[in-house]
Design a protein around this ligand. Structure first.
Ligand code: 5GP
Ligand code: MG
Length: 200
């Protein structure tokens, strides 16, 4: 892994926030709570592509009960000043969630646009309920008011990477050091577009 990281030229900027052990321990704690809350309900996890896929896999394996999972894909654009931004559906869910208990799973709750839009979108399929589970919740004002029901860790409003989309092979979550700009910053406002097209 050291070579891979060196190639990314991010080693010296790395500040590890959550180790693999801490992430896995927290996931087990979250699942214990989810299982207690969801007793007797038919549970479907709906994961937001692609950033939450690793989190979903670890969540699912921590469960000791039967459940189903599905995926939804969206792109969101727009500055934080625009109250709505633009969210477009790229991949619709493919299972029947009518009357079921849905747990919407994403890696990070940031502006709230993504999860706010998806939660509203899923209502058209008449689930019994939609709860939200995120690994990280950024402490910043939401553009769209969304409350997560299950939160792994609360973090300040910093750009983080690892255990997600572009750097999904990294088992830890890191942030850039304070004042440090992400490498090869293209001038776009959102740091995670730095490494190419937004693939969240
Ligand atoms: P929101 O719609 O809440 O602004 O954005 C949520 C999505 O943006 C998350 O699913 C995540 O993929 C992406 N995102 C937000 N902040 C970060 C970050 O600091 N690092 C990375 N890698 N992705 C982020
Ligand atoms: Mg995402």
């Amino acid at each position: 892994m050291a070579d891979v990281e060196a190639n990314m030229k991010i080693d010296d900027r790395r500040k590890i926030l959550f180790t693999p052990q801490r992430i896995q321990k927290r996931i087990r704690e979250m699942v214990t709570r989810i299982e207690a809350d969801q007793q007797g309900k038919e549970l479907v996890l709906v994961a937001v592509l692609k950033g939450s896929v690793l989190f979903l896999a670890d969540l699912v394996r921590a469960f000791s009960r039967q459940l189903a999972f599905d995926f939804i894909g969206v792109s969101s654009y727009g500055s934080s000043l625009a109250s709505l931004g633009v969210v477009t559906l790229e991949k619709e869910i493919s299972s029947d969630i009518r009357g079921k208990s849905v747990l919407l799973v994403d890696d990070i709750l940031d502006t709230g646009r993504t999860l706010g839009w998806i939660k509203e979108h899923l209502r058209r399929f008449s689930p019994q309920e939609v709860k939200i589970c995120v690994l990280l919740e950024k402490q910043r004002p939401r553009v769209i008011e969304v409350q997560a029901d299950y939160i792994g860790f609360r973090i300040p409003d910093v750009f983080v990477y690892g255990y997600e989309d572009k750097f999904r092979h990294l088992p830890y979550i890191a942030s850039l050091r304070e004042g440090e700009k992400p490498p090869a910053l293209t001038g776009r406002r959102k740091g995670w577009r730095v490494w190419g097209r937004s693939t969240r």
